[in-house]
Design a binder for this molecule. Structure first.
Ligand SMILES: Cc1cc2nc3c(=O)[nH]c(=O)nc-3n(C[C@H](O)[C@H](O)[C@H](O)COP(=O)(O)OP(=O)(O)OC[C@H]3O[C@@H](n4cnc5c(N)ncnc54)[C@H](O)[C@@H]3O)c2cc1C
Length: 428
């Protein structure tokens, strides 16, 4: 989200860093293991490499509340949205200030992140900024950025995942209202969210990409039922969501009628865009380079001729990932919205996670699956079981490769038999 005020009014980087450090020192404790840049001290503090949380509903809710409280505390000073416009509660400062704050913050103990916080702040707030009416922007953007309310993505359906445009959850117009009927699935954080960004079929008589409309809806409306799904990594972070004659006013429509595909692609563009992970190294979820290296050192395998090669490959991958993300960040700063090249960042990120899972499995051997009580070993199981999820979420690896092939490289498109058919006549 580009700042609309003059960043020349920002304090110098030194001045900003000094006041931000004072604020952090007054509101949080220094981390004993040091920042993400420093080498990890083996055996010291908490060791988390999980990709998804393995928690009960109450535990996950409490974790979210701690995350929200920290973001809201930062929001009192605009530290939650340093580069965002002042009208949304941000500071409108340059990205250098944002990066400096993130680096500083990584030296302090702060609450664990959660996907629903990132979705609300990083995906849905900027989508509303682009497509919302002035009233919707005023109601939601600042509120979502400060996580005063949370919002989930209601896109996928049992018959529409990679081929999202074939979705069939119906939105039928009835005067000034819409009536919703159908089902969504894999809706992460729906059970914790006050709002949902919904993409629904509003016209069955036109080709599938044309007949969709987006909405921003309250999740507690009569007729909405949310059922959590148990995951192999332990928790239940995503859900099935059912709509039975749910009535919403037309003021909840996000963007023009029939333009839901554009809205969905914009949100997915933000989801695939990893330009915020400027340093690389998969810092958004567990399994960073410093954790990999510390584990290899602790297991005494750094002299192994084969594992040394694999460690060097993993490090190279993390560095390349960092450069790709920085390039994307520069493009964002220059004002270009997330485009198909975001697929490159997402693919590199998930390939990095897979590489880490494979390498760690070789380093740890049986300690990965048998809990011997040794610090920093068995915990990696949560990474290995969770990493495949992100190869699917936000569009699978194969979908990203299709996008890169067609929209970046200009290769011939996939055969599309339903290209000219009305949605109601397509095979589903
Ligand atoms: C952790 C996680 C969180 C998620 N959170 C949300 C959420 O909050 N909201 C939401 O709406 N959805 C969410 N999803 C759903 C996600 O968007 C879908 O799972 C994803 O788009 C894939 O769809 P599918 O599961 O129906 O698989 P399918 O589309 O049925 O794909 C099955 C397999 O076929 C491959 N495939 C399909 N089409 C092609 C093709 N054309 N070329 C090559 N290979 C192909 C796929 O890559 C995959 O390997 C989440 C998923 C995960 C794993």
């Amino acid at each position: 989200m580009a700042a609309d005020n003059d960043s020349a009014s920002a304090p110098s980087l030194e001045e900003f860093t000094r006041t931000a450090r004072e604020w952090l020192e007054a509101n949080a404790e220094y981390r004993s293991g040091g920042s993400d840049d420093k080498e990890l001290v083996w055996g010291d503090g908490e060791f988390s490499v999980s990709v998804f949380h393995s928690l009960t509903f109450e535990e996950e809710k409490a974790l979210l509340e701690r995350g929200k409280a920290w973001i809201q505390k930062k929001a009192e000073h605009g530290y939650h949205a340093i580069t965002a416009p002042v009208k949304y509660g941000g500071l409108g400062y340059p990205r250098s200030h944002g990066r400096a704050f993130s680096k500083l913050e990584s030296q302090f103990v702060t609450p664990t992140g959660h996907e629903t916080l990132s979705v609300t702040v990083g995906l849905i707030a900027p989508t509303i900024d682009l497509f919302g009416t002035p009233e919707q922007k005023e109601q939601f953007v600042g509120r979502f950025m400060a996580t005063k309310d949370l919002c989930c993505q209601l896109f996928s359906e049992p018959g529409a995942g990679s081929d999202l445009a074939s979705l069939g959850c119906r939105a039928e117009r009835d005067g000034d209202e819409w009536v919703l009927n159908g089902q969504k699935v894999w809706s992460s954080g729906a059970q914790f969210s006050e709002w949902g960004e919904l993409i629904a079929r509003s016209n069955a008589d036109v080709v599938k990409h044309k007949g969709m409309t987006a909405f921003i809806i309250p999740m507690d409306l009569p007729g909405i039922e949310i059922r959590p799904i148990k995951q192999m990594s332990g928790g239940s972070s995503f859900n099935e969501v059912f709509f039975n004659d749910v009535r919403i006013p037309d003021t909840m429509r996000l963007g023009p009628e029939g333009e839901g595909w554009k809205v969905a692609l914009t949100t997915l563009g933000f989801e695939r865009d990893h330009s915020g992970d400027g340093g690389g190294g998969g810092s958004r979820v567990g399994g960073s380079w410093r954790q990999v290296l510390a584990t290899a050192r602790a297991m005494g395998v750094t002299a192994d001729p084969v594992l040394r090669q694999e460690l060097a490959k993993a490090y190279t991958h993390f560095r390349v990932e960092g450069f790709v993300n920085r390039r994307a960040a520069d493009m964002r700063r220059a004002g270009s919205p997330p485009g198909p090249e975001g697929s490159l960042g997402k693919l590199i990120w998930t390939e990095g996670m897979t590489r880490v899972s494979d390498l760690i499995s070789r380093i740890l051997g049986a300690s990965l699956v048998a809990d011997a009580g040794e610090w920093g070993t068995y915990a990696w199981g949560e990474h290995v079981l969770g990493a495949p999820g992100y190869r699917i979420a936000g569009g699978s690896d194969e979908t990203q490769r299709n996008i890169i092939g067609e929209r970046v490289l200009g290769l011939p498109g996939e055969p599309r038999v339903d290209k000219d058919l009305a949605w109601k006549d397509t095979r589903r």
